[in-house]
Design a protein around this ligand. Sequence first.
Ligand SMILES: C[S@@+](CC[C@H](N)C(=O)[O-])C[C@H]1O[C@@H](n2cnc3c(N)ncnc32)[C@H](O)[C@@H]1O
Length: 328
Amino acid sequence: MSAVVNVAIHRSQFPEAVRRDLLASLRTRRVNHKFHYDSAKQTQKWLALHQAHSPSRNDADCAATYDRAFAGAVGHIAAPAVHVFGLGCGGGQKDTRLLKLLRERGKQISYTPSDVSTAMVLIAWEAARAVVAEANCLPLVCDLATADDLPEVFVAHHGSRITRLITFFGMIPNFEPADVLPKLAALVRPGDWLLFSANLAPGPDYAAGVRRVLPQYDNPLTRDWLLTFLLDIGVERGDGEVRFAVEDGDAGNELKKIVARFHFTRARRIELEGEGFDFRPGDTFQLFFSYRYTPERVCRALAGLGLEVLDSWVTNSEEEGVFLIRRR
Ligand SMILES: C[S@@+](CC[C@H](N)C(=O)[O-])C[C@H]1O[C@@H](n2cnc3c(N)ncnc32)[C@H](O)[C@@H]1O
């Protein structure tokens, strides 16, 4: 393996853009969730949390559901060559399993691990190197929320002709649907595939299902990971506490989300990039949200965007689903 890796960095993650997004998080008192994966420390904390609590790593049925989804998706793809574009690839474990299957089915494969975090992109690159030739693995650091030229960047990155399989695992819940779904839709050309996973609300009663999964978020590793952002900018642990709640989604969507907020119990002033931010007892800072879908809600959210769900795989717990999507 060569000692040097070429990583493309999109302008959306240049220092000035990151600074702008950080100040926006402070001004709006809502953390842009990309800042939870920013440092090597946060990446390691998230990977430990993922290892300990993610159903895909701990629930045999969830892992089997992904395997069934990957086999099903690969079965649909007739093209001899496939470029897997892993958006928000994280550690790249799921993409690597998918790539391995594509290779076993005789496909020519190439891969772009893409994430806001350079550390994640490199971890995913290393994982995928077990199945993808080095020359066919093209890492890209990019903020898909603010990059408004992704369709052109995709073409420049890996050429225009090859069939794309865009993966978006564990990402949908952490973005406002009205922001992210049109961006995804713009990337899926006729003949391309989108495979994403969504956290679901189990059972027939949607609101009760969301309440049922709330305790899964409220654990020491998640609190510790989410607090790291605040501690790094100068808040102290004793300044307040993290609380989780179920809330309605933004106007215009029919979804509910789990929201984590830091509730200040004493005053704190933060100085950052020459700006001062004052928090008083009773103030809150939104640290995180996670939308919960149902299979029907996924279909309805995509319907107006010219995308259709061709196949889906849901865990026995009904808490996670994988959806294969293409342009209608
Ligand atoms: C919940 S993890 C999912 C990781 C992986 N896909 C998986 O399923 O294991 C979310 C990932 O999204 C990345 N991320 C967060 N905000 C992003 C953004 N605006 N653009 C691109 N990636 C982002 C994070 O760095 C993190 O790796």
